[in-house]
Design a protein around this ligand. Structure first.
Ligand code: ASP
Length: 315
């Protein structure tokens, strides 16, 4: 039987020890550990990889520390437009939503698209109507508000910047982006999920890599499950998540080689920064990033979770 495992991320960026107070660091470590543990428990009980990544991302969306769901960043117009996607490596079924403002947990809407629609990606009002029909209560966008994100928008507007959470010099305490999860269950199935508020001060209507299958999220039982975080436009142009799968499938690269090639060579060649979390069909885990830090964690069923924020740190 396969050794089940889950990995999660809470975004990558210019996160250094000097910028994060010990109290804040503890908050992140605690949140990451709890979410990995929840995923491990689900997998241990025989749950599917698809259920584990759905639940892990839902929990990350609920946590205001991360830029997805509650705590999402603002567009230039001061609105929220959220994106999410999920893919089942067993069936290659996928579901995604983009540009939604009235869905508390976009990942749950993406899961509904996967299970109950003939489509892969629904946007805006259509996605919101579909989610409501599927029983997801519509919410006021006010629930996504956090003061920190509002202040970020004001600085970004003043500097006329469109800011990726990762690299922005605005508020050193708030450098994190998208969230995601990948998992391998006891039955040998892989799944991946990604959810984001996008970029601070982004143009209304802008959609990044996160809800695009093959760019910010991909899973195939034959090789790998991947969830990305970083400069979305570059992950789209390089089809980063699928590229890792293709390097493994056609190029015969190992998980480690394929993720390093994409994160350390192909993305930086186009000024792309960020990272990925990936699990292959044998249960190997890779969490590479080319930024200063990435909120991340993973855990095999039966083991203690391992979480990290900065470079060369797994605790
Ligand atoms: N990739 C996300 C986007 O471009 C941002 C992030 O990962 O922080 O929307």
């Amino acid at each position: 039987m396969t050794k089940a495992v889950i990995a999660i991320h809470g975004g990558a960026g210019a996160i250094t020890r000097a910028q994060l107070s010990p109290e804040k660091e503890l908050l992140y470590i605690k949140a990451l550990s709890e979410i990995v543990e929840a995923g491990q428990a689900l997998l241990e009980a025989g749950g599917t990889a698809l259920d584990a990544v759905t639940e892990a991302v839902r929990m990350l969306e609920e946590c205001p520390l991360f830029n997805a769901g509650i705590g999402a960043v603002f567009t230039h117009d001061g609105t929220h437009e959220l994106d999410a996607c999920i893919m089942d490596g067993n069936t290659l079924e996928a579901g995604a939503v983009a540009g939604v403002s009235h869905i508390r947990n976009p990942i749950l809407a993406a899961r509904k698209v996967l299970e109950h629609s003939p489509h892969v990606l629904l946007i805006g009002k259509g996605a919101e109507n579909f989610a409501e029909q599927q029983g997801l209560e519509p919410v006021s966008p006010d629930i996504f508000f956090t003061q920190q994100r509002w202040d970020q928008l004001q600085s970004a507007r003043a500097n006329q910047q469109t800011v990726l959470d990762h690299d922005e010099p605005i508020n050193p305490g708030t450098k994190f982006g998208t969230v995601g999860a990948v998992a391998l269950d006891k039955h040998g199935n892989l799944a991946a999920a990604t959810s984001t508020g996008g970029m601070t001060n982004k143009m209304p209507g802008r959609v990044g890599d996160s809800p695009i299958i093959g760019a910010g999220c991909y899973a195939n039982n034959a090789n790998v499950a991947v969830s990305c975080t970083g400069t979305g436009e570059v992950f789209m142009k390089t089809l980063a998540a699928y590229d890792i799968a293709a390097l493994m499938e056609y190029g015969g690269l190992s998980l480690h080689q394929a993720t390093e090639r994409v994160v350390m060579e192909k993305l930086p060649a186009l000024q792309g920064s960020g990272g990925v979390i990936a699990i292959d069909s044998e249960g190997n885990v890779a969490l590479p990033f080319n930024s200063e830090g990435m909120y991340r964690g993973y855990g095999y069923v039966g083991d203690a979770p391992s979480v990290g924020i900065y470079q060369s740190q797994e605790s």
